[in-house]
Design a protein around this ligand. Sequence first.
Ligand code: CU
Ligand code: ZN
Length: 207
Amino acid sequence: MRTRTFLMPIPAALALALAACGGATDTGDNAAAEADRAAQTGTATSPAMTQAPATAAAATAMATLAPTEGNETAGELRFAMVDGRIEVSGTVTGLPAGGAHGFHVHETGDCSAPDGTSAGGHFNPGSTDHGRVGQGAHHAGDSDNITAGADGTAQVSGWLDGATIGDGAATDIVGKGVIVHQDADDYATQPTGNAGDRLACGVIQAG
Ligand code: CU
Ligand code: ZN
């Protein structure tokens, strides 16, 4: 008669240990899981409890738009690096109903002037002409017009080409300004697109 050896349930014990420190409980695909973790954290170490460095820079930023003097335009914007370009999203309120409005990143994160002119000109680290993003020469700060609905609210879904977030390069938009204009950008007139007065101003912050 053969004696059956009692085997310790090692996989179960391992799963418990991993669960206890917050790691994955799946022990069947560790190589892939470790590779994913290394890719996400920038580390090449394998311990399951490795934490992402506190300084890991997320390539996102935000800005709060406040009205310039005599206007009611405000908003919240998000910026995110996606496939080498910056996607801009958010909501702008307090616009004239139904109109299109120039929308750009400007060179200075200073909204102190009552008319927003302290934000300077369009963000233009490449010293190029003004234009339309995605269609030939344009400033790194050029983005498409935003259009308000009947309620005076615009959903922002634009992008920037030639700009970056949080890398400290000349193209970095962190610390720069954002302006919503009175009129539509014609994507041609130099150097502003003839977009008129500034309705709202914000400063781009990492986060
Ligand atoms: Cu502008
Ligand atoms: Zn421009």
